[in-house]
Design a protein around this ligand. Structure first.
Ligand code: ASP
Length: 308
């Protein structure tokens, strides 16, 4: 047992134009991040586990309609919501994930149930929903997931016949959390509605262990946000872990190589949050902004959107 613990969360990366952001909207985003940070940090502070902390933080972000996960998830090309989520524990490399689920209020809770109560890692679509029903998870109707702003974004994307990353100003709204608990265990969780007007059946990086989500007590915990296809091809989260494990890089060095060099070279816009076993926090992004917040036992405590 150590006394070090830390939590970082994100609400998506991208080109969040200052010109389209009002003070009121900014305060709403910051309040959404603060609530999620408090939910997860309270658990860690009380001696709870990192896996409980990341789940609680992501549930809070899923329930907040301005982020593209749970309530607020974007529309796909047939006017539905297909959500992806994953959770991973760094202790024994246990993982649970879902892709393409509809009507499940908190996809991250379903991912957790798959990790804890099934012999599988990743369930998709109707099978995942059936498992959620068996586990007694909460379902919501279409009206709950209808958010006017998301509908208008979909209509615009339909008109222009393009797949769009969350906002017309290219914000990626996926949510995620990473944590280190007092026992030295790392955990990561990510949840998303994916991309506006995405093809029915499309899956992003978020639910894929090693791509958008990864945790390993020997190295670090990572949750990504950005253009999923590029993050899958770059196996971003595991790449960072490998650079630490096999090359002896620090968390910052590993994040810098992947986010500012490797991803940029293939046009992979986005960012990630990361915590290592030494309690260091990194929140790099190669886009204009990333909704993010972190707090640790060493006194670091911040909520940010832009690059300072
Ligand atoms: N990475 C997510 C996806 O491609 C999108 C995002 O981060 O907003 O599904």
């Amino acid at each position: 047992m150590t006394n070090n613990f830390s939590l970082a969360i994100h609400g998506g990366a991208g080109t969040i134009l200052r010109s389209t952001m009002t003070l009121e909207l900014q305060q709403q985003y910051e309040a959404g991040l603060q609530n999620a940070l408090d939910a997860g940090y309270g658990i860690l502070h009380a001696g709870g586990s990192s896996i409980d902390a990341v789940e609680a933080a992501v549930v809070s972000l899923e329930d907040f309609p301005l982020f593209n996960a749970g309530k607020g998830a974007v529309f796909n090309n047939i006017g539905g919501h297909e959500m992806d989520a994953a959770i991973m524990s760094g202790k024994g490399l246990e993982a649970g994930a879902v892709c393409g689920v509809s009507h499940v209020k908190n996809p991250v809770a379903l991912a957790r149930a798959i990790m804890d109560d099934s012999e599988h890692v990743l369930l998709c679509g109707q099978g995942a929903e059936q498992f959620a029903k068996l586990r007694g998870l909460v379902f919501e109707d279409d009206a709950y997931f209808y958010v006017e702003q998301r509908y208008q974004q979909w209509q615009q994307a339909l008109k222009e016949d393009r797949v769009q990353l969350d906002h017309s100003d290219k914000k990626f709204g996926t949510v995620g959390a990473v944590a280190l608990d007092k026992d030295g265990s790392l955990a990561a969780a990510t949840s998303t509605g994916g991309m506006t007007n995405k093809k029915y059946g499309r899956m992003g990086d978020s639910p894929i262990p090693g791509a958008g989500t990864y945790a390993n007590n020997n190295t670090c915990a990572i949750s990504c946000t950005g253009h999923g296809e590029l993050f899958i091809r770059s196996v971003v989260a595991y790449d960072i872990s490998c650079l630490i494990e096999y090359k002896g890089l620090s968390l910052k060095e590993a994040c810098d190589v992947v986010v500012y060099d490797k991803l940029v070279k293939i046009g992979g816009e986005g960012g990630l949050i990361a915590i290592d076993k030494h309690c260091n926090i990194e929140m790099p992004f190669n886009s204009e902004g990333m909704y993010r917040a972190c707090r640790n036992s060493a006194g670091r405590n911040e909520v940010k959107i832009y690059k300072d």
